[in-house]
Design a protein around this ligand. Structure first.
Ligand code: PRX
Length: 667
């Protein structure tokens, strides 16, 4: 049997087991999109139909053209239009809802802040003025290294206000990772906070920015430092004369300042978000202002089904794309109340999430399969202890196993809330495959239908399309551009083409029909037209929803002095989805030891961050290599996952995998 037949047989059996779940009539009655023609309308009227998304925003000048496809894959969306993202997320709501809470922030230590739209307006204006005082000008990229504190969305919106693209680096990244991103973005100004809470500890966070600025090639002019506790700097934090400025002081100087939102071209970049690819260096996905904001706003409205009156909680981190699109930009553009939580979900107890949901009467909840699996492991007694009632729930970031889906539906959604399983990526800006919840029934484990106007297809490795809805697995591609897509890889158009287009496009063509976006995921187009996402096909893994490149991990491990060669593969993990396993050959004469192991762990923590820590480190004598010397990671992955090795005859030394397996089992 071929691999494809294997996959088909496994899926066939899973498919027949899964039933559909219907949204309740109450949900459908109130949903934002009940127009069953929407799919046909967007298909027939592509790309003009996307104008409806842009019309959800306020524009200073209306666009001339919905899609400029004259130079694929460098598309233009809503070209000729002008708008400001901060004005769309704040100013335009002031007449109607200035006293409504925009951000509802819960600190891990129990502190709470209700930031109304009027408060947000004030603070964003002050911060915009502060950034200008620090020398930031329109089009300068400002790097942020902020955890889940109000300073983060405030700084993002302040940057957007003055037309300075922000580049937020997830707070869990190490100093080295921050330094790499500061260098790549060429930022003169970096913004951090003195500290934040994690499992009861008040961490010194500024220290990482200090180290990063030492490590960076770039001479950063200013480091702006927020204080987690108003006017009280973390006791271990110092300020470097001439370089470091306290945000509180800059804001006090600008107490009553108003800063006119800069009218940005629709195509001007709004932000960068670095993400891992198949090569060592992370790439800065550059998102445009008009297309991105239109897409994030429309999908928040139609997929997440948010109303301005809702209390909406996406329990992701703003340091990743999910938080950008679905904590900050989409929900605030719609004028809703968006909840932010600083800390760990099990601190000080495992009911923390449900306690917050009850306290704020959250209507719409959004989390990851990793979190669902963790809640499931902790047990249903925790949610059952609290009184909350979700209308709608989302999952994002990884495939969700039907068992976890069913648990989420039963114990969190009370068999009443709808669930949308949203497939998308840092690059796509917003959801591409997921059901419009009032229009399509739910099916556990399937992301569902493509969003309106989105045209996915499944190709074989030669780029030939598989028959539609045939239930076969292949490469997931998107055949037509959409407004939320990345513009390019920051500063590297060639890499943009190489990573996303070259494999399945005719790169000499200037006809958009010849350009196909490669998602890097495997998927099945099921017989009912739903898409089931299988996971990454390239050397990228997904650890508890954090995207990591095996090359990045390998280069971190290879920096350890005694390491001669290293290979990193992903092992399936009950809770985290995937975890990295490291296979290492040590230099001649070096014996495996706990000390070397520890140095490898430290290298990964220092190069990337603690969240990337290896699951297991195996010291081996050899690695499986082809005759041309390429490491066959697939075989190591089979060993890690206790699977059959399959054909090893093409290896230079076919006995290597078995030897490694024996060695690993002995360890
Ligand atoms: O493999 C897919 C997986 O996450 C990858 C994108 O990761 P990132 O850019 O960090 O963005 C995560 C949040 C959008 C994808 O290539 N992925 C994302 N959503 C799903 C998913 N896998 C299965 N089902 C999903 N709903």
């Amino acid at each position: 049997m071929s691999d494809d037949d294997d996959i088909d047989a496994a899926l066939e059996s899973r498919l027949t087991e899964q039933e559909y779940f219907r949204p309740s009539p109450d949900f459908v009655g109130q949903a934002n999109c009940t127009d069953s023609d929407i799919y046909d309308r967007y298909e027939e009227n592509y790309p003009e139909a996307f104008a409806e998304y842009a019309e959800l925003l306020d524009w200073d000048e209306r666009w001339d053209q919905v899609l400029d496809d004259s130079n694929p894959p460098f598309y233009g969306w809503f070209t000729g239009g002008k708008l400001n993202a901060s004005a769309n997320c704040i100013d335009r709501h002031l007449d109607e809802r200035k006293n409504q809470t925009a951000l509802l922030w819960e600190g891990e230590d129990g502190t709470q802040r209700n930031i109304t739209y009027q408060d947000l307006y004030r603070e964003v204006n002050q911060m915009a003025a502060a950034l200008k005082d620090a020398g930031v000008e329109e089009d300068d990229v400002v790097t942020l290294h902020l955890p889940m504190v109000p300073a983060l969305p405030i700084t993002m919106l302040a940057c957007a206000r003055i037309g300075a693209p922000h580049s937020e680096v997830f707070a869990g990244f190490s100093a080295q990772a921050l330094a790499d991103r500061v260098d790549d973005a060429d930022s003169d100004v970096v913004v951090t906070v003195d500290g934040y809470y994690r499992r009861g500890d008040f961490l010194n966070h500024k220290q990482k920015a200090d180290e990063a600025l030492d490590l960076a090639d770039k001479d950063v002019d200013k480091l702006l430092v927020w204080e987690r506790h108003d006017g009280e700097l973390h006791e271990d934090v110092g300020l470097q004369d001439g370089r470091d400025l306290l945000v509180s002081e800059l804001m006090a100087d600008n107490e009553r300042a108003t800063v006119e939102p800069v009218s940005r071209d629709a195509e001007d970049p709004l932000f960068l978000m670095y993400t891992s690819g198949t090569t060592g260096k992370p790439k800065g996905c550059q998102h445009r202002t008009g297309g991105y904001l239109s897409y994030a706003t429309a999908t928040s409205k139609y997929v997440l089904d948010i109303e301005p009156e809702d209390t909406y909680w996406c329990a992701a981190d703003i340091g990743w794309i999910t938080g950008h699109s679905y904590i900050v930009y989409g929900p605030l553009a719609l004028g809703t109340t968006s909840v932010m939580y600083e800390g760990a979900p099990d601190h000080p107890h495992k009911g923390r999430i449900w306690e917050i949901a009850e306290k704020y009467d959250v209507d719409v909840f959004h989390t990851s399969p990793t979190a669902v699996r963790m809640f499931m492991k902790w047990g249903e007694q925790y949610p059952q202890d609290y009184d909350f009632d979700f209308r709608h729930m989302t999952t994002v970031g990884e495939p969700i196993q039907p068992e976890a889906w069913l648990w989420y539906y039963k114990y969190i959604g009370d068999e009443d809330a709808v669930i949308v399983d949203t497939w998308w990526q840092t690059e796509t800006g917003g959801h591409l495959i997921t059901n419009l919840p009032a229009l399509k029934d739910m099916k556990p484990g399937s992301a569902g239908y493509p969003c309106p106007g989105i045209e996915p297809a499944i190709l074989d490795d030669n780029g030939e399309p598989l028959e539609e809805a045939a239930g076969r697995a292949g490469n997931l591609v998107i055949e037509k551009p959409w407004p939320g897509m990345l513009q390019t890889v920051y500063g590297d158009d060639e890499r943009f083409i190489d990573e996303y287009w070259r494999d399945f496009s005719d790169t000499d063509s200037d006809d958009m029909a010849d350009w196909v976006y490669k998602a890097g995921d495997g998927a099945v187009h099921e017989r009912d037209g739903y898409f089931r996402i299988l996971g990454r096909l390239d050397d990228v893994m997904n650890v508890a929803g954090h995207r990591l490149g095996t090359m990045e991990l390998e280069s971190a491990v290879s920096e350890v002095e005694d390491v001669a060669e290293a290979a990193v593969v992903s092992r399936e993990h009950d809770e985290k989805g995937e975890v990295p396993d490291v296979y290492v050959i040590l230099r001649e004469g070096v014996e495996p030891s706990e000390e070397v192991r520890q140095r490898i762990v430290t290298a990964v923590e220092e190069e990337i961050g603690k969240f990337a820590r290896p699951n297991a480190i195996a010291f081996v004598d050899d690695l499986p290599k082809t005759r041309s010397g390429k490491i066959m990671r697939r075989l190591l992955e089979n060993i890690s996952n206790d699977e059959d090795l399959g054909d090893t005859t093409t290896l230079r030394d076919p006995s290597v995998p078995e030897r490694i397996r024996d060695q690993v089992q002995d360890d």
